[in-house]
Design a protein around this ligand. Structure first.
Ligand SMILES: Cc1cc2nc3c(=O)[nH]c(=O)nc-3n(C[C@H](O)[C@H](O)[C@H](O)COP(=O)(O)OP(=O)(O)OC[C@H]3O[C@@H](n4cnc5c(N)ncnc54)[C@H](O)[C@@H]3O)c2cc1C
Length: 234
């Protein structure tokens, strides 16, 4: 699939838009893909799994947003220009947005990617089911999609987003918002007004395990109401 364009989203993350025009590629909100760059010589292979950060309502397009590390794969990806091609396998994954009930999304760092797609999907389809997003990053600059999420929330009142940063001292940007990790009382307070929400959690393994334990333990959420996706491989 040809790259249409790319952009920096934060000091460490970039988005890559690929054209799906004429390929018949379709996906559900919000599946993942395997993205391959044949010929890239990387000790861990020339492909990675990425959640889609785009929504099926964004026609003829799929997007991935990832942290640009110094691995040969990520370096090759960051150097791609419009018209350059990648191999897309998918869609894959069962981390699917249930648009028929309220949702609580909890994201750590780059784990925000599928929630950008889900929020866009909810707004574009004018879904009235409430979504509450709790999003944590180390520093404010690394709250990927912050401006866009705020814009979606202004235009689509069913969607609300709240942020927290865990290490504001490491930032050049002043931060007057919430500080610290996502904890049980914040999740409880957020979910309380909602009628049996579904909880979605994404991020690196340690964060996802911590939040899912809170949901299963002190928050006593039923297993059927929890879905999570772990971004392994960092
Ligand atoms: C469902 C899913 C969705 C994801 N979505 C995103 C996303 O939206 N954005 C994003 O940035 N990333 C996402 N990831 C992670 C992504 O696939 C990459 O693993 C990650 O971006 C790191 O790639 P890298 O080249 O920077 O790092 P690397 O450290 O080179 O990791 C690349 C590969 O090496 C393997 N590896 C590295 N070290 C070890 C080790 N010690 N032992 C065994 N294997 C090792 C990893 O399994 C991985 O496959 C997702 C992963 C999954 C499973």
């Amino acid at each position: 699939m040809p790259l249409v364009g790319s952009r920096r989203e934060s000091p460490s993350a970039m988005t890559f838009d690929f054209s799906t025009r004429g390929t018949g590629f379709e996906y559900l909100s919000n599946q993942a893909i395997r993205l391959g760059l044949p010929g890239v010589d990387d000790p861990w292979g020339a492909a990675r799994t990425f959640s889609l950060s785009s929504s099926p309502t964004e026609h003829d397009l799929l997007s991935v947003t990832c942290k640009i590390s110094d691995t040969p794969f990520k370096q090759a990806l960051s150097r791609m220009g419009p018209g350059d091609s990648a191999v897309v396998v998918g869609p894959i994954g069962e981390f699917l947005y249930d648009a028929h009930r309220p949702s609580v999304f909890i994201a750590g760092g780059i784990g925000i990617t599928p929630f950008r797609g889900m929020a866009r999907y909810s707004a574009d389809s004018q879904n009235a089911e409430p979504i509450r997003l709790l999003y944590s990053a180390r520093i404010p600059e690394e709250l990927v999609f912050r401006r866009e999420l705020d814009a979606i929330a202004r235009a689509h009142p069913a969607f609300r987003v709240q942020y927290t940063v865990t290490r504001p001292a490491g930032s050049a940007e002043p931060w007057k918002g919430r500080v610290g990790r996502v904890d049980a009382s914040w999740i409880r307070e957020t979910a309380e007004p909602l009628a049996r929400p579904k909880y979605y959690v994404t991020g690196l393994p340690e964060m996802v395990e911590e939040i899912v334990s809170l949901l299963r333990g002190p928050l006593a959420v039923s297993e059927d109401d929890i879905d999570y996706e772990i971004f392994r491989g960092f």
